[in-house]
Design a protein around this ligand. Structure first.
Ligand code: SB7
Ligand code: NI
Length: 186
C-alpha cells in the first residue's frame, strides 16, 4: 500500500516536470498503481487507518506525487454536499469551463507541501472534464464545488504546478471580482 513515505515533497524534481501522456492499454503495473492511489485516499480518510499508518487525509493524489511521471490522478470526495466523486482518471483534460471562478475560503493544502501556505487560489467554478479510466473507457463529467477545485489542483500537478503558484504574493487574500467562495450557493 501507498504510505506517506512514498509521497515526494517540495524540492523533488518530479513535482515540477510535466508528466507524460499514458498509452493504452495500461500495463498491469500501471493499473495496480491506479488502484493503490485511490486506496490511499480512502485509507487516508479512514480515521483508524490514517492513525495507524500516519496518513495525512487527502482528497486527491497525482501520479507524480509518488514520483511516477505519468498523466493520471485519483480523486475521492464522498462526504457532505455534492454527489460522491471517486475515480482515477488517465490523460485528463478540461474540455470546457465556466467564466466564473471559485476558491476555498480556507485556502488549499497539498500532501507534497509540509507547511501551510495561506491565500486564495482562484480556479474555474465549473469544469467539464474528459479522460479515460485505467481500462481505457472514456470519461466525461461535469464538476463543480470542491470536486472541480480538486480536479484543477491535480491537473496542475501533472503540469508541474503547485497550488501556491496561484496565490498573489503581495496580497494572498485579495478579492477576485469574478470568484466566489466554494459553498456560497451556485
Ligand atoms: C485542497 C486540497 C486538495 C485539492 C484541492 C484543495 C488535495 C490535497 C492533496 N493533494 O496534495 C493532492 O494533490
Ligand atoms: Ni497536491
Amino acid at each position: 500500500m501507498i504510505t506517506m513515505d512514498q509521497i515526494v515533497r517540495e524540492g523533488h524534481p518530479a513535482l515540477r516536470k510535466r508528466a507524460e501522456e499514458m498509452t493504452f492499454p495500461l500495463t498491469e503495473e500501471e493499473k495496480e498503481t491506479a488502484r493503490q492511489m485511490l486506496e490511499f485516499l480512502k485509507n487516508s480518510q479512514n480515521p483508524e487507518l490514517s492513525e495507524k499508518y500516519g496518513l495525512r487525509p487527502g482528497i486527491g493524489l497525482a501520479a507524480n506525487q509518488i514520483a511516477l511521471p505519468k498523466r493520471m490522478f485519483a480523486i475521492h470526495i464522498v462526504d457532505e454536499g455534492s454527489e460522491p466523486v471517486s475515480f482515477v482518471i488517465v490523460n485528463p483534460k478540461i474540455a470546457s469551463h465556466s467564466g466564473a471562478r471559485s476558491f476555498l475560503p480556507g485556502g488549499e493544502g497539498c500532501l507534497s507541501v509540509d507547511r501551510e501556505v495561506p491565500g486564495f487560489v482562484p480556479r474555474y467554478a465549473k469544469v467539464t472534464v474528459k479522460g479515460f479510466t485505467p481500462d481505457g473507457e472514456p470519461i466525461k463529467r461535469r464538476l463543480k464545488g470542491l470536486p472541480a477545485i480538486a480536479f484543477q489542483h491535480e491537473l496542475d500537478h501533472l503540469n508541474g504546478v503547485l497550488f501556491y503558484d496561484h496565490i498573489d504574493p503581495d496580497d494572498p487574500f485579495r478579492d477576485y471580482p469574478d470568484a466566489r467562495p466554494v459553498g456560497d450557493g451556485e
